[in-house]
Design a protein around this ligand. Structure first.
Ligand code: URA
Length: 430
């Protein structure tokens, strides 16, 4: 098979067969293709797209490019949640132990911060000792015995995605629906999950700016999953404001702990966590209907069972055994704190979440204990006595840069504003 001929065909708008896509993936993993050849194919796919059968073929080939985990002998379903990324999106830290407490097993392969969005692995690394790259046996034991483990992608899981993603990142070819679909689903399928919920974000802090693109991705994720026997549903959720009132690595871990223990549960986070969790409990038969699922999730939070799973996971993966009781002793705290006040009184009308996320990313780059807290939401009244956010920074200079970014990210109105709906749409099974 001549690879240049495949690139030419795709560039001309033709389709590639399952065999040809398997050849592409195999040659990529065996290092028989250069980065420029892979980049040329990615560009052709970005421009000409792929049909359903091609996307299924590419996803399956990428899944099979490394180990495919098996979870025989467990007494519950193996599930996962994926988010397209946002700001203050702490749901993974809450949902993995919560689902484990409800009887599911969650081998969660998470990512690092990308652009303006936070990364679950970076957040977990704010916990002293937490190992995001344990040996495969340690990861699997944690899932089997605790019910959940949140770790990074290993060398052996979907290695084709690692190479292809790196080349896409360098060649500006990330924003392709079939390539994103194959990338996300191949990793989940290789992790051996049988049910998946995907949180696709929309709004100023989402990766995809246009709702039409978001819908196209959503439909592809559901359709390709169905062809590969993965029960996937997608919730389209709002990212026109940060989901949590905090953004930052240690700050979000602390927020998740407060949520799990019940010390503080913000309604917006609760609504999204329960909606995502309910999808998985229903699709796997752990709950019969939405209300039962919500009741089970809330009971697992209120009993402390979810918090205990989180603590056990942290300890198993190298963190302290008593993180929940001694949170402030273990998590780093930035030295400088400052309130950001608006120039005038008003109601928050819109937030440039991308800019806010970039500012948070800059803060955490020098200090894992840095970021924002008390971030004002759309509709909140702000003024000289009511800040837009509180900044945690490593230095006064960092705080000043972040303060300017926060102020510029907020648009105020004179009259009350209604906040956006949090769960906008659902696409999925039945
Ligand atoms: N997340 C992934 O895992 N892959 C992509 O291609 C885009 C987002």
């Amino acid at each position: 098979m001549q690879f240049p001929e495949l690139i030419d065909r795709k560039r001309a708008g033709g389709a590639l067969s399952v065999k040809e896509l398997a050849f592409f993936v195999e040659a990529m993993c065996a290092d028989r293709l250069s980065d420029s050849e892979i980049g040329a194919m990615a560009k052709a796919i970005l421009l000409r797209s792929m049909d359903h059968d091609e996307t299924v073929g590419l996803t399956a080939a990428m899944r099979d490019s490394g180990d495919v985990l098996r979870w025989d002998g467990l007494d519950g379903p193996v599930v996962d949640k994926h988010s397209t990324g946002g700001v203050g999106d702490t749901t993974s830290l809450i949902l993995a132990p919560l689902l484990a407490a409800c009887g599911a097993y969650v081998p969660m392969i998470s990512g690092r911060a990308l652009g303006h969005t936070g990364g679950t692995l970076d957040k977990l690394e704010a916990i002293p000792g937490y190992d995001v790259s344990p040996a495969p046996e340690g990861f699997q034991r944690c899932v089997r015995e605790v019910g959940c483990a949140i770790v990074g992608q290993t060398e052996r899981l979907a290695p084709a995605d690692r190479r292809l993603y790196r080349v896409r990142d360098a060649t500006g070819t990330i924003a392709s629906t079939p390539l994103i679909t194959a990338s996300i689903l191949s990793k989940k399928l290789a992790a051996g999950v049988s049910a998946l919920v995907i949180d696709v974000k929309t709004g100023s802090g989402a990766f995809m700016a246009h709702l039409a693109d978001t819908r196209e991705l959503t439909n592809a994720l559901v359709a390709v999953s169905r062809s590969l026997d993965l029960a996937t549903s997608v919730l389209l959720t709002d990212m026109s404001q940060p989901l949590a009132s905090v953004a930052g690595n240690a700050l979000e871990v602390s927020y998740a702990i407060d949520f799990l223990t019940g010390a503080r549960r913000e309604p917006a986070m609760q609504q999204v966590v329960l909606a995502l969790g309910a999808e998985l409990l229903i699709s796997t038969g752990l709950a019969a209907a939405f209300e039962d699922a919500q009741n089970l999730l809330v009971a697992s939070l209120d009993s402390g069972a979810a918090a205990t799973r989180f603590e056990q996971m942290v300890h198993r993966l190298g963190g302290p055994a008593d993180l929940l009781v001694q949170t402030s002793r273990y998590l780093p705290k930035a030295r400088v704190r400052r309130n950001v006040l608006p120039r005038r009184d008003g109601y928050v009308e819109a937030i440039d979440v991308r800019a806010l996320g970039r500012a948070a990313a800059q803060l955490v780059a020098t200090d894992a204990g840095a970021g924002f807290s008390a971030v004002a939401r759309i509709g909140d009244r702000v003024g000289v006595d009511q800040p837009l956010a509180q900044i945690y920074a490593a230095s006064e200079t960092d705080a000043s840069v972040a303060a300017a970014a926060v102020e510029a990210a907020y648009q105020l109105a004179d009259t009350p504003v209604t906040g956006p709906r949090l769960v906008i749409e659902r696409v999925g099974l039945q």
